[in-house]
Write a new protein. Structure first.
Length: 83
């Protein structure tokens, strides 16, 4: 369940990011319900357990070095996080 009081806060943060021309990444996205709410607010960048479980840094580097195209779902996101 999503706290209905959280939506105005999410909307304000996304609006502030857009007005400053900043990319906003939602953290802690753990359910599909939260993902769809964020998508409904035009937030396309998310991270959390829904996207993938936390990994030790050595495993992240190994997946990137191996060219594992199935991990993560969006390789560009992983590169941006490590940059």
């Amino acid at each position: 369940m999503v706290d209905p009081n959280a939506l105005p806060i999410v909307q304000a943060i996304l609006a502030m990011g857009r007005s400053l021309n900043l990319e906003v990444i939602a953290e802690g996205v753990e359910t599909e319900q939260r993902m769809w709410i964020l998508r409904g607010q035009h937030c396309s960048e998310m991270q959390g357990v829904l996207r993938g479980r936390p990994l030790p840094a050595r495993d992240v580097y190994r997946h990137l070095a191996d060219g594992d195209v199935d991990w993560p779902r969006e390789r560009s996101t992983a590169r941006a996080v490590l940059a």
